[in-house]
Design a binder for this molecule. Structure first.
Ligand code: PNS
Length: 161
C-alpha cells in the first residue's frame, strides 16, 4: 500500500488485558502510522472489570507504545472503524481453535465495510495458550497469575478475587 496512511484498530474485550494482548498490540503498533486499542463496551454479562477499568489498565500497560490511542466503543466494530478512519482491524490468532470464529467475524465485518482489511497476527509462542478467561479462573482459584499479566493487572485481579 504505497503512501497509504495506516490506521490500525485492535479491538477486544480485554477483561483483563494479558501479556498475549500486549504482544499483539506491539506487533500491530509497529505496522501502523496510527493505532487504536479499543475495548468493546457492549453489555457483557461475563465481564469482571468495567469498561473504564479495562481502558485504564490498557492505558497503564501500553505506555511503551508511542502515540497509541486507548478507547472504548459501543455498537458495531465496523462503525467504530469508520468513525476513527481505521483501514485495518487487527486480531490475534493463537491456535486453530480461534480460526472459525475469527474467520466468520472477519468476513461479516468485510461484508459490512468492504474497505476494511482484517489482519491476523500470530503472538509470540510464549503466549499462545493465554486467554483472559483462563487467567480469571486461575486468579479466582488463588493461583499466581504473575507470569501471564502485567503487575497492575495482577493487582487489579487480586482486588476482585
Ligand atoms: O476479545 P474478544 O471478546 O474476542 O473481542 C470480540 C470483539 C470485541 C472483537 C467482537 O465481539 C466485536 O467486534 N464486537 C462488536 C460488535 C460487532 O461488531 N459484532 C459483529 C462482529 S461479527
Amino acid at each position: 500500500m504505497p503512501n497509504k496512511r495506516i490506521v490500525g484498530l485492535y479491538p477486544g474485550s480485554f477483561d483483563p488485558v494479558t501479556n498475549g494482548h500486549l504482544d499483539i498490540a506491539r506487533r500491530a503498533h509497529d505496522m501502523c502510522d496510527e493505532m487504536y486499542v479499543s475495548v468493546v463496551a457492549n453489555p457483557s454479562k461475563n465481564a469482571i472489570f468495567s469498561v473504564e477499568e479495562r481502558v485504564e489498565l490498557l492505558k497503564k500497560t501500553t505506555k511503551h507504545l508511542k502515540g497509541v490511542h486507548i478507547s472504548s466503543f459501543n455498537g458495531l466494530l465496523v462503525d467504530y472503524a469508520k468513525q476513527i478512519k481505521a483501514n485495518i482491524i487487527f486480531r490475534g490468532l493463537r491456535a486453530v481453535s480461534d480460526f472459525e470464529y475469527e474467520f466468520q467475524m472477519a468476513l461479516i465485518n468485510r461484508t459490512l465495510h468492504p474497505k476494511i482489511e482484517v489482519v491476523f497476527l500470530v503472538p509470540n509462542e510464549k503466549f499462545i495458550f493465554l486467554s483472559s478467561s483462563a487467567i480469571k479462573e486461575v486468579a479466582n482459584l488463588g493461583g499466581d497469575v504473575t507470569p501471564f499479566v502485567p503487575a497492575v493487572v495482577e493487582k487489579a485481579l487480586r482486588r476482585i478475587y
